[in-house]
Design a protein around this ligand. Structure first.
Ligand code: AMP
Ligand code: ZN
Length: 139
């Protein structure tokens, strides 16, 4: 895609701090890191998000995530790593080329706002109604 910043990184037209690369995947450091070691994994084929990615691509992304999460553990020894991926503008997907965030964190470091939501009990009837609607739409 002509104006996609991550496609430009893949083509080497703009630089990145590369962590891992193979035939179909690239991993590089996020330049606005939420924490030390914040890394992005992207498929080399331009797909916007999970709706567009093939099942095969998603499997390969997860295999790459496993490889990298081990490397992050060995290199940085965080107590946890958030694996986060946004689909669509409404959930603040800014770069419209699929990317999986790996965000390490240890106790004592700033809380990850993305993983620290408040638990507020919902209306069980509405929860059930919505879950059934989703379940009946599964193909
Ligand atoms: P989002 O689409 O909300 O999941 O976020 C896009 C992520 O891409 C942000 O965390 C940005 O910091 C990161 N990002 C944007 N441009 C670059 C770049 N040129 N190199 C590395 N990371 C980037
Ligand atoms: Zn792209």
């Amino acid at each position: 895609m002509g104006d996609c910043i991550f496609c430009k990184i893949i083509k080497g037209e703009i630089p990145c701090i590369k962590v891992y690369e193979d035939d179909s995947m690239l991993a590089f450091a996020d330049i606005n890191p939420i924490s030390k070691g914040h890394t992005l994994i992207i498929p080399k084929r331009h797909v916007e998000n999970m709706w567009e990615a093939t099942e095969g691509e998603l499997v390969t992304i997860m295999k790459t995530a496993k490889k990298l999460i081990h490397a992050i553990k060995d290199a940085l020894n965080p107590q946890g790593v958030a694996v986060l991926q946004l689909n669509g503008r409404a959930v603040n997907q800014i770069v419209m080329h699929y990317h999986l965030h790996l965000i390490p964190r240890s106790e004592g470091e700033p809380e990850l706002k993305q993983t620290a939501w408040e638990l507020i009990p919902g209306d069980m009837d509405k929860i059930k109604e919505t879950a059934e609607k989703i379940a009946s739409a599964i193909r």
